[in-house]
Design a binder for this molecule. Structure first.
Ligand code: GLU
Length: 508
């Protein structure tokens, strides 16, 4: 029987969630939704030394902002919890399986102190061996339950000696598994070390806890970052040793997200240095502050759309996808193997597309709280005029300031180059023309054209003169539309003030 698709996002609360993590969550979500499956959120908080206050809340808030909603797990509930590994540890979940591995001879106790482990590495180095790991070759000269007698082991445990439980890696065995993105991965078990699975304080390591939980939570597909690929063979062996091979999930290891220049992994420091965020929402702790996409004015839909394309493509020219459309189109087969270069310009481009696709009224609602009681109609008009010229909504008010108030200065460069001796006269003439014109875009344009034709003037000089007077700038959206929006009285007034003030600007 086909198993119901169940995937999980399993972050460790060791700090804010980098966009690489958000992309992993997104691909898991898309895959689950596409196959009518479940998407779990599990918090892997066994490593207390790396636990960071506030990180879990950040993860939850960030996923929420992105619209990547877990159907089960932390914040969503479910029958196979608890979904925090710390709580599962308390329940003895991992201990049970460590005991099983110890009994079947696939794991063993090791009592070596840090000094003894260092000495082992030194010795192996001096001998010139190719590796200095705790493995099938070196374990026989160490202090563990394979070299000590059963009584000695028992005594040590009873005396409260510190120990770890290590996996007993088989020698010369081929471990093979299929990765949906990379194809078959084959390794010789002799190259793998006897990883620690469990510690005497009752804490499982990532490897054991991760595999046990994936099994108990009936996970069918493990979709995670490439950095976990080297752990794949160990995990496959754990499934085998625990007798769960038939329930083993399929694996898909996602490509890295690279720096814009392609040199290495995109790191948390690259963002603020390059002027773009690498975190979904802002992170603030006593030690560090990182900017977020949300606070930088990105729409969450644009952010998600951009992230989807960092490693995946639909195989067509279409670039704009809503979350629902991504669900329809997504497949792991179309995720690439090679690293995906982060492109800050493209990221902005996505935001611009989403901004332009919004109606003027929707945008007006967004900027209203910052618009000093401007009326809705004016705001919608402003949005209509400005939306093709900005990347973020907050720029609408900044760049469109002259739509609310008359300019207090005139762009010096434009004045110097384009304000001619007869410009004042032209503006004065146009005041008369416009005073007798109906104040809408088409009528103003017609009247303007008739005037320049009659005076045998070119288009440029008169146009720039009135633009300067109306907006203070040398460029911008359609001038007649601006005039229609700000109205007759205001426009005529600005033209009059312009005649007075523009010529007074220092002309070098
Ligand atoms: N806790 C691991 C992490 O933080 C999970 C890796 C996995 O998905 O197996 O990335």
């Amino acid at each position: 029987m086909e198993r119901k698709v169940r995937v999980r996002f399993a972050p460790s609360p060791t700090g804010p969630l980098h966009i690489g993590g958000v992309r992993t969550a997104l691909y898991n979500y898309l895959f689950a939704k596409k196959h009518n499956g479940d998407f779990l959120l599990r918090i892997e908080d066994t490593d207390q030394a790396r636990y960071v206050e506030g990180a879990e809340k950040y993860i939850i808030d960030a996923l929420k902002w992105c619209g990547i909603t877990p159907t089960e797990g932390v914040g969503a509930g479910g029958d196979l919890g608890p979904y925090h590994q710390s709580e599962r540890k308390e329940q003895g979940t991992y201990k049970k399986y460590v005991d099983q591995l110890l009994e079947s001879g696939h794991a063993y106790y090791a009592f070596d102190t840090p000094e003894e482990l260092d000495a082992m590495r030194e010795r192996l180095k001096a001998e010139g061996g190719h590796s200095q790991q705790y493995d099938s070759a070196s374990r026989n000269s160490m202090k563990n339950s394979l070299t000590l007698s059963a009584e000695e082991v028992q005594q040590k445990i009873e005396a409260g000696d510190k120990y770890v439980v290590r996996i007993k890696m088989p020698r010369n065995e081929e471990i093979k598994f299929k990765d949906i993105i990379r194809g078959y991965v084959v390794v010789d078990s002799s190259n793998l070390d006897d990883k620690v699975l469990f510690k005497s304080d009752g804490m499982p390591t990532y490897h054991l806890a991760n595999v046990v939980d994936d099994y108990l939570m009936k996970i069918t597909h493990v979709i995670r970052g490439e950095e976990w690929l080297p752990s794949g063979p160990l995990h496959v062996l754990l499934y085998r040793f625990l007798g769960w091979e038939n329930e083993m999930p399929e694996f898909a290891h996602l490509p890295l997200i690279l720096k814009p220049n392609g040199n290495g992994k995109l790191s948390k420091r690259d963002g603020d240095a390059g002027g773009f965020p690498v975190f979904p929402i802002e992170w603030k702790s006593e030690e560090e502050v990182f900017s977020g996409y949300r606070e930088s004015g990105y729409f969450s839909e644009a952010h998600i759309n951009m992230l989807a394309f960092l490693g995946w493509n639909p195989g067509t020219e279409q670039e704009l996808f809503s979350l629902e459309e991504l669900v329809q189109e997504f497949s792991l087969e179309r995720v690439g193997k090679s690293g995906a270069k982060f492109d800050p310009d493209k990221t902005k481009w996505f935001n611009e597309q989403y901004l332009r696709a919004k109606s003027n009224e929707e945008l007006a609602e967004l900027i209203k709280p910052f618009a000093n009681n401007a009326n809705d109609e004016l705001l919608a008009g402003v949005c209509g005029l400005m939306k093709e010229r900005v990347s973020f909504t907050n720029e609408i008010l900044e760049k469109g300031k002259y739509l609310f108030e008359a300019p207090t200065a005139y762009d010096a460069k434009t004045v110097k180059k384009k304000w001619k001796d007869d410009s004042s006269q032209i503006v004065a003439d146009l005041i008369t023309v416009f005073s007798n014109t109906e104040f809408n875009n088409e009528a103003l344009e017609t009247a303007f054209k008739e005037y320049i034709e009659e005076k045998e003037l070119g288009f440029g000089k008169p146009m720039i003169a009135i633009r300067l007077a109306i907006t203070g700038e040398g460029g911008g959206p359609s001038l007649f539309e601006i005039m229609e929006l700000i109205g007759k009285e205001e426009s005529i007034n600005r033209l009059k003030v312009g005649i007075e003030n523009i010529k007074k600007e220092p002309v070098a």
